[in-house]
Ligand binder design. Sequence first.
Ligand SMILES: [Mg+2]
Length: 169
Amino acid sequence: MKPLLLLDVDGVLNPMGRPTPDYRRYRCTIGDDVYTVHLNPRHGRRLLDLAQLTGAELVWATTWEQHANEWIAPRIGLPALPVIPMNPDTPPSEHGELFKTPHVAAYAGRRPFVWFDDQVWAEDEDYLRVHQGLADFLLIHVDPNRGLTSRHLGMAHEWLTLTGFSQGS
Ligand SMILES: [Mg+2]
């Protein structure tokens, strides 16, 4: 089974801090709301390279859901990706885990995964470790001010390779 590379948007591909010159500014209109995002056009290529090297599948794990395919993917050179549904009616967290975490667990099933997010913490690690039936996983906490860096991509590559989950050639 192919491992998963789970991607957040805000705080990961769209950092909250003052953007460096690598980033371009865009406006996105979703319904009546207009969002300003800063995206690094090199992120797409780097993520695709990582996916190819490790035989993993890129998947959105963001409240942008399908909007990420419309507004984010084309601007950084990613194809449309599968989307983990993030039901807004999620029951409140019982152990301090992020609202996304049960959805991620349900989607991942028995596939190993690496999850890039600025809001994953020890509570999410604990939630997932005791969740029955999951494969191994790596949570990569991204600093929301800086966003995704080559260090995070390197951590994912190393983990997938060392664990033997990498399906790349
Ligand atoms: Mg985020």
